[in-house]
Design a protein around this ligand. Structure first.
Ligand SMILES: Nc1ncnc2c1ncn2[C@@H]1O[C@H](COP(=O)(O)OP(=O)(O)O)[C@@H](O)[C@H]1O
Ligand SMILES: [Mg+2]
Length: 396
């Protein structure tokens, strides 16, 4: 154990040193006779305990104590106070002393025990603090792992739900297409038959309604990738810029500023220009619509490894947690009746998945949302056929 002894009376210092060495010969005592030297000593060396006389010429023992505590040093300090000075002792304890010993007759015999006790207590406290820190760290690790697990679980459930939805919607499209073709065909035929006759207007109305159903089914089919897509080598930055110029007027009307941060020189990728534009437009329009009081829409592109990262960030209303699960569902919309079809993100989902990618959403209610569209670069040489999977085409 290494002790710093601050004591201006040489005989006291010698007695103390003697008592300590007698108690345990392995104890080393470094003696200084003033607080200024002691400050230098504690800054230079590490001590297990400091034994400081309260009364010292120049800087007092108490001042020394306050100074080292202010400097953030937590070396244990035992103060030696004069006999009967309880007030002084209390003041020392309040100022950060770990214990005190009154300088009455034979006090040096008490020093070793007092120092040992303080040293042991201090060490126990340190160990306890370290254990608390470790517990805290472990708790944080467990919490973060839990969070990740829950996120994975949510992603799996979402992927399963989307897959079930795609199957369901595909079945519905398939089943509706045949009768719908019949309705349309017969409505047209009947119009030929009754030319200027009675019921012609009704037949026309039937044809219009059936056409509308067809369009809805076509959108649903896009969601569940029923069609082969026409592809070419595409510069996604060009498509992004096109999309931005398309929505610029709409953005101006909504007091939305659009800024772009597009990484130059992105490799061209085999994709459908038409579909990608449709996807970006849907996401940009949603972003603008989310900022009823104006704001900024930030459109970014970058390449990370062989993945293209395109993102659209708005500073709008954000998406409520319970809606995040649903925004890609066909027909899900929070807009007023007649203002939204709820098909924008469903179609975008289908398009990005057709390009081998996925859409990730970060959103905070009241702060805004970012839609990340991530998909791999498809270099022409590597891909010869259309990326749309060969699935049973729609009947009818
Ligand atoms: N950037 C966004 N900020 C806030 N909500 C959004 C955003 N994008 C999509 N949404 C929510 O997702 C829903 C579905 O979007 P979408 O599929 O494009 O259909 P629609 O725009 O016709 O409602 C919207 O009604 C809206 O509630
Ligand atoms: Mg939309």
């Amino acid at each position: 154990m290494k002790i710093l002894l601050i004591e201006d009376t040489e005989t006291h210092a010698q007695l103390a040193r003697h008592a300590l060495m007698l108690f345990d010969p392995s104890i080393t005592v470094h003696h200084v006779d003033n607080a200024e030297d002691a400050l230098e000593a504690v800054a230079r060396d590490e001590y297990d305990v400091v034994l400081a006389d309260y009364y010292l010429p120049g800087m007092s023992g108490l001042h020394f104590l306050i100074t080292i505590r202010e400097r953030g040093m937590d070396v244990p300090v035992v103060m030696i106070t004069s006999q009967g000075q309880i007030k002084v002792a209390v003041e020392c304890l309040r100022s950060g002393a770990n214990d005190y010993v009154a300088k009455d007759e034979g006090y040096v015999d008490l020093l070793p025990q007092a120092l040992m006790a303080v040293h042991a207590r201090h060490r126990a406290e340190k160990e306890n603090e370290e254990l608390q820190r470790q517990i805290h760290r472990k708790k944080e690790e467990v919490e973060s792992t839990n969070k990740k697990l829950m996120q994975y679980q949510r992603e799996i459930i979402h992927a399963e739900k989307m897959s079930a939805l795609v199957t369901l919607v595909r079945g519905i499209c398939h089943e509706l297409n045949n009768p719908l073709t019949g309705i349309l065909g017969y409505a047209q035929l009947m119009q030929e038959v009754c030319k200027a006759g009675e019921g012609l207007e009704d037949l026309k109305e039937i044809e219009v309604c059936a056409q509308r159903c067809r369009e809805i089914i076509a959108k649903l089919a896009r969601f569940c990738r029923q069609e082969k897509i026409a592809t070419s080598m595409v510069d996604v930055n060009e498509v992004l810029e096109d999309s931005v110029s398309f929505v610029q007027y709409y953005a101006n009307r909504h007091k939305v500023k659009i800024t772009t941060d597009l990484q130059p020189g992105l490799p061209k990728t085999l994709a459908s220009v038409h579909d990608l534009r449709q996807a970006f437009l849907a996401v940009c329009l949603n972003g603008i619509q989310a900022m009823a009081k104006g704001g900024t829409l930030v459109v970014k592109s970058s390449l990370r490894g062989e993945l293209l990262y395109l993102s659209v960030t708005d500073s709008g209303v954000g998406i409520a947690e319970e809606n995040l699960e649903q925004i890609f569902n066909p027909f899900f919309t929070t807009r007023e009746v007649g203002e939204g079809s709820g098909m924008g993100l469903a179609i975008t989902y289908g398009i990005i998945r057709d390009h081998g990618g996925e859409i990730l959403v970060d959103s905070k209610v009241g702060e805004g949302s970012t839609f990340h569209l991530v998909f791999p670069v498809r270099r022409a040489a590597a891909v010869e056929t259309s990326p749309a999977p060969a699935e049973a085409p729609l009947a009818g």
